[in-house]
Design a protein around this ligand. Structure first.
Ligand code: FRU
Length: 511
């Protein structure tokens, strides 16, 4: 039986999606069917296709009582919407069906694990919030909430843990056929911890142990945990709230954190060795991964950030996008990310320039470059567009003095541009969308520290209509930002204060 709340959500999305034209949406990044989207949920491979659910409010483009939207894809890039999967329609989740994950049961059904949020109001308007972990079982299209919900209640939180901040379950089946669930929680010190629960059948759970603790090192509360083995190491991903910057590694506000270390499967303990940010750009949060049938660890994130949601225009028919799915590797103890390889089959119309000389323009190395000078940069015939996969390799001509600053302007015309710049003496890559058309005073720039490698800096840039993802030096750092620039601004210009040598390979992405 489909509840009235779910039916209403399904009717609304079916009716309102018709008013959104294809061009108003990204080409290959998933956006909500209608209304608002945040975190990816239940990222899974089930019955021959990839399923992606998402935090969803179909009634307008602002966050509201959370539902789960649903889409499927054969290849991570061409998405088909399915009807909304879950609505807040039970006592224990009336205030929201929050983030969670999915696993296939031995009998072939799909199990969704999510956080139910319940709010009660006492006298004088005092609000009590309770977050508990709940289940729904389905066939890839329709899901029925489990009658034993919640399966992890407030009583199962260890002493001192917040009953209010207890969410984002990530389930996994381990080798002996039993299940583990990591849940984010706020301990008594006000920061974050991850609680590990275990079950033999995925329905009956017990508290096992505290799996990881923040101790107020990386922000406060940790959201959306994910844990997996990769290339002989163990990786814990979380999205911390209330971060403070640490050099160029972490930035203020909602951030992303990757802890790499070792895991002892007998004691079920994780020992941290190194830490780093996941994405160094503006819009990336709440990432989740899956292991694809061919053994790749693939991550997707919400291509937005709670601190930048004000970038929207209030009348937009949808808000929020998913990042490009990214293949992960650990190399020399560091996280590397690559655009999902399925993208390559959509490449068309290759345009290539090998070792072209970019003449230096000393005026570029001033603190402020007026926007109208952007189009004075070098435009290369055939290099333009808003849906593309482009590699740019930059180096210094032999015997010449190394440039101070190199820039690529994208989605550009006389009025607008989004810029990537590199200052080799400072080892700084900067992305800047200040001139991308936003009329809101949110963060528009961000910097990451990157050294040249063998005398080169390499960018792989994935542009979709309303976003830019920059993979630097073979995926060692990634910077992501959304843009709202009109699609008619499709120029690309290169500039440098001294002579540089550039090689450019550009493909249009066509789907
Ligand atoms: C992260 C988050 C989660 C929560 C969801 C609510 O972005 O705050 O912790 O489950 O969003 O929509």
């Amino acid at each position: 039986m489909i509840s009235t709340a779910l039916q209403e959500a399904r009717d609304t999305e079916e009716m309102r999606e018709k008013s959104i034209s294809e061009e108003q949406r990204p080409l290959f990044h998933l956006s909500p069917r209608v209304g608002w989207m945040n975190d990816p949920n239940g990222f899974s491979f089930y019955q021959g296709q990839y399923h992606l659910f998402y935090q969803y409010y179909p009634y307008n483009s602002y966050w509201g009582p959370m539902h789960w939207g649903h889409a499927v894809s054969p290849d991570f890039l061409r998405w088909t919407y399915l009807p909304a999967a879950l609505a807040p329609d039970e006592k224990y989740d009336k205030a929201g069906v929050f983030s969670g994950s999915a696993v296939e049961l031995p009998d072939g059904r799909q199990l969704l694990v999510y956080t139910g949020v319940a709010e009660t109001y006492e006298e004088k308007g005092k609000k009590t919030v309770r977050q508990t972990q709940c289940l729904a079982v389905g066939d890839g299209l329709d899901y029925v909430k489990y009658e034993g919900n919640p399966v992890i209640s407030s009583e199962m939180i260890p002493e001192g843990g917040s009953l209010e901040d207890f969410r984002d379950p990530k389930i996994r089946k381990i080798e002996d056929g039993t299940y583990r669930m990591l849940v984010a929680n706020r301990p008594a010190d006000g920061s974050g911890q991850l609680l590990l629960y275990r079950s033999n059948d995925a329905f009956h759970w017990e508290f096992h142990k505290v799996f990881a603790q923040n101790f107020n090192r990386f922000g406060k509360m940790w959201e959306c945990p994910d844990f997996f083995e990769l290339d002989g190491k163990s990786v814990l991903l979380v999205s911390p709230q209330d971060m403070l910057p640490e050099g160029f590694e972490y930035h203020n506000g909602n951030g992303t954190l990757c802890l790499i270390g070792d895991y002892d499967p007998c004691a079920e303990t994780f020992t941290e060795e190194t830490n780093q940010a996941v994405d160094y750009g503006i819009d990336f949060y709440a990432m989740q991964t899956i292991l694809s049938p061919d053994g790749r660890r693939i991550m997707i994130g919400w291509m937005q950030n709670w601190d930048t949601i004000g970038v929207r225009e209030p009348r937009d028919p949808w808000f929020g996008q998913m990042s490009l799915p990214r293949e992960l590797r650990i190399i020399d103890g560091k996280l590397y990310q690559y655009p999902i390889r399925e993208l390559e089959k959509y490449r068309r119309n290759k345009v290539e320039y090998s070792q072209a000389l970019l003449k230096g323009n000393r005026a570029l190395d001033t603190v402020f470059v007026k926007p109208e000078t952007v189009t004075d940069g070098l435009a290369l015939p055939g290099i333009s567009g808003r849906c593309l996969d482009m590699e740019v390799v930059v180096s210094c001509p032999e015997g010449a003095k190394l440039f101070n600053k190199f820039t690529i302007s994208l989605a550009a015309d006389k009025e607008f541009h989004t810029k990537i710049s590199y200052r080799p003496y400072e080892s700084i890559v900067k992305i800047d969308r200040k001139f991308a058309g936003s009329r809101r005073a949110v963060i528009h720039q961000r910097r990451a520290q990157v050294q040249m490698q063998d005398g080169q800096i390499r960018f792989r840039i994935i542009l979709d209509r309303y976003s830019m993802e920059v993979f630097i030096n073979g995926g060692s750092k990634v910077m992501t930002a959304t843009i709202g620039t009109e699609l008619s601004s499709d120029g690309i210009f290169f500039a440098c204060d001294r002579d540089a040598v550039i090689s450019v390979t550009k493909y249009e992405l066509v789907m």
